[in-house]
Design a protein around this ligand. Structure first.
Ligand SMILES: [Fe+2]
Length: 253
């Protein structure tokens, strides 16, 4: 499996707190069937990208050496989880924040006070820069939890989503689970990431968590979400799309 969203690098954001934790997270990945991890530290500023990349690549190299020495069979790739707000309109080097130098960029928004209209503006800005945005954990935003039609509309416009394994395993709350499940079941989620920050906080024990996923998600969708779509990202090719249907909030029509 491929984990496209993981805060495995140490001392760069609120992820792994030290090198030892980072190594143990790689080990946890390995025993949980994750062969490839995209390291996606938060980047909250788009105006000092060079500095961020310098530190990220340094940490990445050290961790690669450490896990190789210990025989941990996991490959690490560079990425970022880019916080998107109005500053995005002034960013001039977004391409450097993509996953493994592909055209795909993992993005997140403020958890409050973002209008759907704004999200369209942000997405257009990123697309105009020649990139393909992947929205991280849509199920965690209230503005999506209570507006499934907004998710439908974005999906119809070709937006790509990554849901968290912990949401689908019901570890993060009912609203999160219901939206993640609807998206996974109906083909609107392209990736399942762990979004792991440590060995305990939203950990990357993926195969363990998968036992708690609803069993009726199709094999095709599961395969796409834990492997095929992420493989396409890593090789900078077009991601496979599942058969998509609209989602509806439980109790609504
Ligand atoms: Fe994250």
């Amino acid at each position: 499996m491929i984990d496209i969203h993981c805060h495995v690098l140490n001392e760069i954001d609120d992820g792994a707190r030290d090198l030892e934790t980072a190594i143990r997270m790689c080990h946890m990945a390995e025993i949980n069937g994750i062969k490839h991890i995209v390291a996606t530290p938060h980047t909250n500023t788009v105006d000092n990208i060079g500095h961020f990349i310098e530190i990220r690549d340094e940490r990445l190299e050290i961790l690669r050496k450490q896990i190789a020495q210990r025989g941990i069979d996991v490959k690490l790739y560079p990425g970022a989880e880019v916080f998107v707000d109005d500053d995005i309109f002034f960013a001039n080097d977004l391409k450097r924040l993509t996953i493994n130098s592909s055209r795909y960029i993992l993005i997140e928004f403020n958890f409050r006070n973002v209008k759907i209209r704004k999200i369209y503006d942000y997405l257009n800005e990123i697309i105009d820069a020649g990139l393909i945005p992947i929205i991280a954990h849509p199920e965690r935003y209230e503005f999506f939890q209570f507006d499934y039609d907004a998710v439908n509309a974005l999906a119809k416009n070709g937006v790509i989503f990554q849901i968290n394994a912990s949401s689908l395993a019901s570890l993060d709350g009912l609203q999160e689970f219901e939206l993640a499940y609807s998206m996974a079941y109906n083909g609107l989620a392209s990736f399942i990431g762990t979004d792991a920050h440590s060995l305990t906080h939203r950990a990357n024990n993926l195969s363990e968590m998968m036992r708690y996923f609803p069993p009726d998600i199709s094999h095709y969708n599961m395969q796409m979400m834990v492997h095929d779509a992420a493989k396409a990202v890593l090789t900078d090719s077009a991601i496979p799309l599942a058969k998509r249907s609209e989602i509806h909030k439980r109790g609504s029509f």
